[in-house]
Ligand binder design. Sequence first.
Ligand code: NDP
Ligand code: GDR
Length: 345
Amino acid sequence: MSPESTSFAGRSALITGVTGQDGSYLAELLLDKGYTVHGLVRRSSSFNTERIDHIYQGPQEPGRTLVLHHADLADGVALVNLLREIRPDEVYNLGAQSHVRVSFDAPLYTGDVTGLGSLRLLEAIRASGVATRIYQASSSEMFGAAPPPQNERTPFHPRSPYGCAKVFSYWSTVNYREAYGLFACNGILFNHESPRRGETFVTRKITRAVARIRAGLQDRLYLGNLDAVRDWGYAPEYVEAMWRMLQQDDPDDYVVATGQAVSVREFLDAAFEAGGLDQSRYVRYDPKYERPSEVDALIGDASKAREQLGWRPTVGWRELAALMVRADIEALDAELAGARVRVDR
Ligand code: NDP
Ligand code: GDR
């Protein structure tokens, strides 16, 4: 039976970072497959569950299949206790301080959460004795200055505290596989985006600005280096690859990417065009958005994922830019209509 046609009712998974872009899509995917999904949520002074509000089930709901738990990747004891309590079949470690530019401003914090946090989780699995499989959200940022195309055999040369922390997590994951026989996989994912992408990553910053400029709410967009080249895919397709890795007979590491090289400038032009605007009228340079050391070009070779996982991306970067612009325009229209209703009352 193929993995697609199997029911996974009775299976359970823990997702760290469930409130993030990928966590929200992965939770949807696993719920659709019949899993009970446990999400690790960190304490915040305001609501931080917007991306999963549409699938939220209250604690009083009978037979609920999405259960949220307060914990933090900085708290190793909480992780052990959580694993002992829920005994998940699969763990997806997506939690991280994931912003590369911010990692230069908060390098130790990033090292603690994005690097040591993964080790805490691996050690919590070992200490709790729970038989589970773990997916580690590794990143193309680990390749950094290594020339493209990059694949599983490309040596790492990270260019930011974030990249260094991810390299630490990558090797910790490999080490727990080799030392303790843990079913542990690294997904080395290249950039992937969606309407749920955080507003300060460059694609979403651009598509959100298109919507706001059209609505007359913004007249300038300040950006940094437009020459950087990335390999941008569509996030819902990438979480499918994560799940497939944990369904294999043996644990392994996989690059997940489209193989398409696109500069920030090209994405910018396409997004403004999709919104019917000329970017040169609105976009300005601000060195504030440059990084102390930049990653010039990341272009992935995902042949191994294609051959072994049967995984193939279908959404190209132009389509991605257009769908993100459309989603931001619709979201803003709905927000403005809501505001008008409130004023009319
Ligand atoms: P997001 O930034 O959208 O989400 C990060 C998640 O981590 C959020 O749920 C956040 O919680 C949570 N988090 C942050 N700090 C902690 C902490 N101390 N303890 C527990 N949870 C914490 O990232 P993405 O969804 O885009 O990415 C998911 C993972 O994949 C990350 O590890 C990222 O580094 C990695 N990755 C992402 C790629 C991409 O292109 N998107 C590519 C390659 C790797 P909160 O909502 O409260 O902030
Ligand atoms: P990245 O994504 O650093 O690749 O990390 P980001 O969208 O932040 O930057 C991509 C490229 O755009 C350039 N850039 C700008 N970036 C931002 N954020 N804001 C700007 O104003 C701006 N102007 C130009 C950057 O210099 C860079 O070259 C993402 C994150 O999701 C990581 O967690 C993940 O691991 C990697 O992708 C793969």
